[in-house]
Design a protein. Sequence first.
Lengths: 118, 111
Amino acid sequence: GAVVSQHPSWVICKSGTSVKIECRSLDFQATTMFWYRQFPKQSLMLMATSNEGSKATYEQGVEKDKFLINHASLTLSTLTVTSAHPEDSSFYICSAREGGDYSNQPQHFGDGTRLSIL
Amino acid sequence: GQQVMQIPQYQHVQEGEDFTTYCNSSTTLSNIQWYKQRPGGHPVFLIQLVKSGEVKKQKRLTFQFGEAKKNSSLHITATQTTDVGTYFCAGKEAGGFKTIFGAGTRLFVKA
């Protein structure tokens, strides 16, 4: 089956640090990648959608200068949390999908990254 | 904008009892997908429904897509402890490209 690798799985860092999270599709081409934030026992909050080679589309209320997304290849997308603060502490999950905006293909999720800002 | 509502928020059942979660969209959907997230894990794709009135089965799981393509349900027969987790529906608005996830239903199964 389709595998998505996300790392690191756990990050603890000081306030003000920038943190980069990688999301890789290992055995398929991920034309579209999604970045979610999930709070404990809650649903997935979509942060942004990125198509390979294009700028990411951010959801309302998500600061694009705070959460930098790069999707430079069909197998890799990165999320950089710039100048992270304690309120950015959360569980971040990426997912990848074959096909573009109108694709009906399912999303395949990474294992998530638990980010803790001290 | 499009909203996808899912109920119940959580449900406790005794092992062997049945379980159903319901998903309702504010707009007509082109398809609906179902995912399962085990505690501590990531969401895993279960199935996709596309046709009006479609019913699909996976062992003890039965998935339905409403005639109007605005609602869906997931029914588990004779739950087992391995069914524990959160079940999410995700709907794509007809003619649109965004897939919206429901809030999920968390299932607890007591042995």
